[in-house]
Design a binder for this molecule. Structure first.
Ligand code: AMP
Ligand code: MG
Length: 638
């Protein structure tokens, strides 16, 4: 099959212009107020009633004739006769004469004859006599009928996005059926490798993230997603799904199969059925995007990679939806911040996902293809094609993804249940990127994290400090954490008693760069020395030695599911997973923290939690604090 090459990519500005001209006409439907959140009003809403519908009191007090109070003073109160009491919601008729008053609650209707309400605090009541200590003027503490909303008044404009305030208004005028725009957006995921989330995950398959993520995005824009499910990489089936969606929807989105790989045929189908407006935009991530038109229905082929799909959606699909709905893209807040680290770019315009932590911007790009790139990002920064490098400290604008709370603390390093506990205890939101100790050291060296969580031994089995010294890290401190029992993890019944039993078993190892892997290597080295054979000789006999699972939990998953026989990791993780555990050694899990954040309240609160009695009490099985917990070492001083 001939492969498509992206020789001529459309410049971003041209692609933006192109989509700004695409617009479809939505329908109208009536929806119940309870389902109207996020929808766009299709018509002006006029009130059929006055709000309030009657004159009502805005205070607890006494309804009276204002002129009766004019002479009232503190030493010489006016005396009025109490004749009745009106609670809120009362429909009975009452009348106030000269010299009389009626007790009234907030929200209750003003009795006839009365023209003011005096607050209860400015009065004193004894049986049926009320003493008035201050004058009130006419209309005081009375809300007139229709003064909030008048019958016939336009309360909401067409094209308004319906949120909580709009719903409050609609409910307060009793309007339960709301006219909203109906813009149907069809969503098709393509790929032989995809499985419906919730079903069993088979080997080689991945869950279809795009259908749901794109549907949520469509809803956030005020349109209605309609999912057509997963279609295998087969031309005929893709065509069928596309035909159906184009028949039923105003806009159709597909994901996957847009690049130049084998079986990537979506762009051909769009080309055959309609007109291709552009294929390939000069933007990172996600250049393989097709924008086409089939029977007047804008059809956009998004890249399969979830992060790319969502970025491209935000940039080139959302504007089409907003245009069509007649709304401004209002909720993309921009925040000014400074780069927490330098980033390199160049060549193409980039929509760079970033995390925003306490006003500082960090790159949030893991490997492309990771959905967590977006989940761990708070927004994007736009980098122009000609920009090669943005220096740490430069001001940037972050276009936020939504109203999500941005995290208090950045953490990169080894996965640790103790860190989960610190997060629970402090109530701080810690963004943890569990990538192993080496990644933690690299991130702290590059200034892209506040804290690195590390358990990396040197050849002598000394933890963490030697690595800091070797890397020549400055501007950081080492805070000693806690000790953790590490050992062999396996299904109960598996014949494993010691490290020497590893040969012949299928091992699920941790990722290269994780401290736990380094510790296992150290132990294997010790064993090899005992047997007087080279270490490599020994590891050769261990199947799966080269595997690399990123977290303790995923190691346990591999063993539970039978993909591996044995792993090396935390006792706590083994217990959590219901697996057997034989202890081998203990490590030291420590925190490398940037000096310039040590005084931040978030970090202080974390450190005080670390040193607390509660923390050591609540640590999971196999974890314990010791005399060095909380000790702060400043490497430059050594
Ligand atoms: P494609 O554009 O079809 O070459 O897909 C690019 C990458 O995205 C591949 O690794 C796919 O497995 C992945 N991918 C495609 N569709 C989805 C989806 N719906 N959810 C999650 N990942 C996907
Ligand atoms: Mg594909």
């Amino acid at each position: 099959m001939e492969r498509k090459e992206f020789r001529e990519l459309t410049p971003v500005e041209d692609a933006r212009k192109l989509v700004s001209r695409i617009k479809v006409l939505p329908g109208i439907e009536y929806t119940h107020v309870g389902n109207a959140t996020g929808r766009i009003l299709a018509e002006d809403v006029l009130s059929g009633v006055d709000v309030p519908a009657f004159n009502r009191s805005v205070k607890d007090g006494y309804a009276l004739r204002a002129k009766d109070t004019y002479k009232a003073t503190e030493p010489e109160p006016v005396v009025l006769r109490l004749t009745a009491s009106i609670p809120a919601g009362c429909a009975d008729r009452f009348f106030v004469n000269d010299g009389e008053t009626i007790e009234i609650s907030t929200g209750a209707p003003i009795p006839e004859g009365a023209d003011a309400v005096i607050m209860v605090e400015q009065t004193k009541q004894t049986e049926d006599t009320v003493y008035i200590y201050q004058p009130v003027h006419i209309a005081e503490n009375i809300m007139r009928a229709g003064s909030d909303i008048m019958k016939g008044e336009r309360v909401l404009r067409k094209n308004t996005r319906i949120g909580s305030r709009e719903i409050g208004v609609l409910a307060s005028i009793g309007k339960m059926e709301v006219p909203v725009k109906k813009l149907l957006v069809g969503i098709i995921s393509t790929g032989d490798e995809l499985i419906e989330p919730g079903k069993e995950l088979k080997p080689g398959k991945i869950f279809d993230a795009n259908s749901y993520a794109i549907a949520a995005n469509v809803e956030e824009c005020g349109a209605i997603p309609r999912m057509y499910g997963i279609v295998p990489d087969e031309g005929k089936l893709m065509e069928e799904a596309l035909d159906r969606a184009i028949n039923e929807c105003n806009i159709v989105l597909t994901s996957g199969s847009t690049s130049a790989g084998i079986g990537d045929i979506m762009y051909r189908i769009i080309e055959d059925k309609g007109e291709t407006l552009t294929h390939g935009i000069a933007i990172k991530p996600g250049k393989p995007v097709v924008i086409g038109m089939i029977n007047g229905v804008p059809t956009i082929g998004l890249p399969g990679n979830p992060t790319s799909a969502l970025s491209i959606f935000n940039e080139f699909v959302a504007p089409i939806i907003y245009n069509s709905l007649g709304v401004a893209p209002s909720f993309k807040a921009k925040v000014s911040a400074v780069m927490g680290t330098g980033i390199r770019s160049g060549g193409r315009e980039e929509l760079f996902p970033v995390g925003l932590v306490r006003g500082r911007v960090y790159p949030a790009d893991k490997t492309s293809g990771a959905i967590t790139t977006l989940a761990d990002a708070d927004g994007i920064i736009e980098i122009k094609a000609q920009t090669e490098y943005i220096e740490a400290g430069s001001p940037v604008e972050v276009t936020m993804f939504g109203n999500a709370r941005s995290p208090d603390i950045m953490f990169v390093g080894g996965q640790c249940l103790g860190v989960d506990l610190l997060e629970d205890m402090t109530g701080k939101m810690i963004r943890t990127l569990n990538m192993g100790s080496s990644a933690g050291f690299t991130a702290i060296a590059g200034g892209t994290t506040d804290i690195a969580g590390v358990n990396m031994p040197d050849a002598e089995g000394k933890y963490n400090l030697p690595v800091i010294m070797k890397m020549g890290l400055t501007g950081v401190v080492l805070v000693k954490g806690y000790r953790r029992k590490l050992g062999l993890i396996f299904r109960p019944g598996t014949e494993v008693a010691e490290l020497g039993d590893l040969p012949g078993k299928r091992l699920i190892n941790r990722n290269r760069g994780s401290g736990t892997r380094a510790i296992l290597d150290m132990e294997i080295g010790r064993l090899a020395a005992e047997k007087s054979i080279p270490r490599a000789e020994l590891t050769k006999t261990i199947e799966g030695y080269n595997s690399g699972s990123k977290t303790h939990r995923s190691v346990c998953d591999a063993i539970k599911s039978g993909r591996a026989d044995v792993g090396f990791g935390l006792k706590a993780a083994a217990e959590e997973a219901g697996l057997a555990f034989i202890p081998v050694t203990e490590d030291e899990f420590d925190f490398v923290i940037r000096k310039d954040v040590m005084d931040a309240p978030e970090i202080k609160s974390l450190l005080s939690a670390l040193s607390s009695h509660e923390f050591s009490e609540r640590l999971p099985a196999g974890f314990h604090t010791y005399e060095r917990t909380g000790e702060i070492i400043s490497p430059s001083g050594i």
